[in-house]
Design a binder for this molecule. Structure first.
Ligand SMILES: NC(=O)c1ccc[n+]([C@@H]2O[C@H](COP(=O)([O-])OP(=O)(O)OC[C@H]3O[C@@H](n4cnc5c(N)ncnc54)[C@H](O)[C@@H]3O)[C@@H](O)[C@H]2O)c1
Length: 335
């Protein structure tokens, strides 16, 4: 099988490439990635000499390029996106371009060449939950609250529309917050780990009581693999972890894993505008239909991720060094 993996140089996409090429000897992968700030060739460098792996640096909005790649593959697994909520608060344009127009470009190509299409999405399209509300399911009405989640919601609707209108063989997965190796150090878990490793403080938005349902990226990749091969065409699957820690508890766990004391390690900063309070997704559909459930507990996953960052300073240090520091200085100094 030959797969076109968009955004395969990013966090989850590169983990998925490791998963696929590690598991299936006879699979080939074309990674189409624009190498934006969060895309990194190094994430897949262990495959660079493998004939089954090809990197194409390009934009998913480029119809001609996308057509030339899509016609030669069996399926498209679509990860490419602008993904950081804070960046979407500062400027939404790139989010609409890549997440909406880029997805539509890929869909037109998939329609033209009649290709299987799996779309990676987020539970953030469902909005936020209060503490006692039941977890999101595949039937929860969409209610996105950030420019990021609004653009992902638009892309989900387009994917579903191509199924109904054009009979395109699609599936969608809506997953909760991921963490693990190769996660760009701007998101809560890697930012906390790397700040502490650098001797800086971990920052917590507001009072840190926001609740997330964390899933290790290896479990997400296993779910996508199953849906791609065994999912029912036209269906959506919710993919989630089995936990509901607050952001503060996550930071406290990392502080403890690094052997630091909380006092002097944590700084509370102003909250993100429109910060969603809680996410949680019910994964009973994928569990019943495809037999998937998360295999890694949050404690195991956090320990593994902290260890990975300790051992891979040469991967994350340059990312925090230049444009990242400038971005944080320019945009986050008031938070
Ligand atoms: N990270 C999470 O917790 C999470 C949770 C649920 C769903 N998702 C979804 O999973 C997907 C991957 O997320 P991630 O965390 O790996 O993101 P990421 O930011 O680490 O990676 C995104 C990748 O897309 C590439 N890209 C961006 N714009 C592009 C364009 N126009 N053309 C080609 N490539 C482009 C980037 O270079 C990068 O390699 C996204 O669709 C995201 O919405 C993420």
């Amino acid at each position: 099988m030959k797969l076109l993996i968009t955004g395969g140089a990013g966090f989850i996409g590169s983990n998925f490439i490791h998963h696929i090429l590690g598991k299936y000897d006879d699979y080939e992968v074309i990674c189409l990635d624009k190498l934006t700030y969060s895309g990194n060739k190094k994430n897949n460098e262990s495959w660079s000499d493998d004939k089954r792996y090809t990197l194409v640096v390009g934009d998913i909005c480029d119809q001609k390029l996308v057509d030339s790649l899509v016609k030669n593959v069996d399926a498209i697994v679509h990860f490419a996106a602008e993904t950081h909520v804070d960046r979407s608060v500062l400027s939404a344009r790139e989010f609409v371009m890549t997440n909406v127009i880029g997805t539509q470009t890929l869909l037109d190509s998939a329609k033209k060449y009649k290709k299987r299409f799996h779309h990676i999405s987020t539970d953030e399209v469902f909005g936020e939950l209060s503490p006692l509300e039941s977890a999101f399911t595949e039937d929860t009405p969409y209610d996105p609250r950030s420019p990021y989640s609004a653009s992902k919601a638009a892309s989900d609707h387009l994917v579903r529309a191509y199924f109904h209108t054009h009979d395109l063989p699609i599936t969608i997965s809506n997953c909760t917050n991921n963490y693990g190796p190769y996660i760009y150090p701007e998101k809560l878990i890697p930012l906390t780990i790397t700040n502490l490793l650098e001797g800086k403080k971990a920052t917590v938005y507001g009072n840190g009581n926001q609740i997330r349902d964390w899933l290790h990226v290896s479990d997400h990749c296993a779910a996508i693999d199953l849906i791609l091969h065994e999912g029912k065409i036209g269906e959506t699957y919710g993919v989630g972890g089995d936990n509901q820690p607050t952001n503060l508890q996550i930071v406290q766990s990392i502080v403890a894993l690094l052997g630091k004391s909380e006092e002097g390690s944590i700084e509370f900063v102003g909250d993100r505008p429109g910060h969603d309070f809680r996410y949680d997704i019910n994964y009973s559909k994928i569990n019943k239909e495809l037999g998937w459930s998360p295999q890694m507990t949050l404690d195991q996953g956090l320990e593994q991720t902290v260890q990975w960052f300790k051992e891979n300073e040469s991967w994350w240090k340059p990312l925090k060094g230049s444009s990242y520091e400038k971005y944080m200085r320019d945009h986050m100094s008031d938070k």
